[in-house]
Write a protein that binds this ligand. Structure first.
Ligand SMILES: C[S@@+](CC[C@H](N)C(=O)[O-])C[C@H]1O[C@@H](n2cnc3c(N)ncnc32)[C@H](O)[C@@H]1O
Length: 300
């Protein structure tokens, strides 16, 4: 099932648990500052427990069933970061390739430990070192909206999927279904992001921890209070409602993810479907549940 690379790597280095091949990550469709920032982020936040991964994965992969990923599946995770979703899927698939252009690939090596049906590779969407139409399943979770030309990046991913295989992605939604006050809150937080993302790495981490306490926690505690007094439906409509059952570790990580990144793009549901169809995917299904929007399509 595991295929050879279609070109030799620049070099191979020894990680904590496995050898990692490094390919060029240079290209036109990559934001190097964003990649550097994610590398720093994942080196700090990689210690996800299996319980946390499993619980959050139920939300991300609600639209991926056993007919799509099973022990016959050769899978690719593009922009794997710490490899938390790679780790989840190694239990379900035959073999998994995980790539990321940042030094997070070494954090992924630590998180994946001695799992043996996975290979880690440093590469970007433009330099995926496998022939086209190699994979039964490819995914890109929270990655393509951080790449300058999201549509082109998606095409580069889908090229690697076999006909009849599936492509899954999670892209930030543009709040199209939310009210004006929700959009205003988002606009305000986006102004903060535009300042915070320019800070040096260490200071950025400290500021994002403070934002986790001052912005995330009050809203999350309000949501928890509403749930406690039985107003679950009202709670679900509140900003950051998805963090109701998340740990402070996950909240700090997401604060750094949201406020620390220079480039993020947002899409409507119709745009997500259109972009996926433009890549030759059919039967595109967008989950009606959070996180918005995660979607899957079949390559024809
Ligand atoms: C928000 S993180 C998501 C990581 C992981 N998929 C997850 O959900 O935990 C975005 C990841 O995309 C990677 N990335 C950024 N630009 C990329 C590119 N041009 N090609 C592939 N990956 C890229 C970053 O290095 C980073 O690890």
């Amino acid at each position: 099932m595991k295929k050879d690379y279609n070109q030799p790597p620049l070099k191979t280095v020894q990680g904590t648990h496995r050898e990692i091949a490094l390919f060029s990550t240079k290209g036109e469709n990559i934001n190097e500052e964003v990649v550097q920032s994610f590398g720093d982020e994942w080196v700090k936040f990689h210690d996800f427990s299996d319980e946390t991964i499993h619980r959050i994965a139920q939300e991300y992969f609600d639209i991926v069933d056993d007919s799509i990923v099973n022990k016959q599946t050769y899978a690719l995770d593009i922009g794997c970061g710490t490899g938390r979703w790679t780790k989840y899927l190694t239990q379900k698939v035959g073999f998994m390739e995980a790539i990321d252009p940042s030094h997070a690939i070494f954090a992924a090596d630590k998180l994946l430990g001695n799992i043996d049906n996975v290979r880690l590779t440093q590469a970007s969407v433009e330099t995926i070192p496998f022939e086209d139409e190699t994979f039964d399943f490819a995914m890109s979770v929270g990655v393509l909206h951080h790449i300058p030309d999201t549509q082109q990046a998606m095409k580069d991913c889908v090229r690697k999927v076999k006909k009849g295989g599936h492509f899954y992605c999670y892209l930030y939604h543009n709040l199209e279904t939310r009210g004006w006050w929700f959009k205003t809150l988002f606009w305000l937080s986006d102004q903060i992001r535009k300042v915070v993302c320019r800070l040096p790495a260490g200071l950025k981490r400290v500021v994002c921890d403070i934002l986790a306490v001052l912005i995330y926690m009050p809203l999350v505690l309000w949501v928890r209070f509403l749930v406690l007094i039985g107003l679950r439906k009202v709670a679900k409509k509140m900003p950051l409602a998805a963090y109701n059952d998340k740990s402070f570790f996950v909240i700090r990580n997401d604060a750094l993810d949201k406020f620390g990144t220079k480039l993020e793009q947002r899409f409507s549901k119709a745009q997500v479907i259109q972009m996926m169809e433009n890549c030759g995917l059919k039967d595109v299904k967008v989950s009606p549940r959070s996180p918005f929007y995660h979607a899957i399509g079949r390559k024809v």
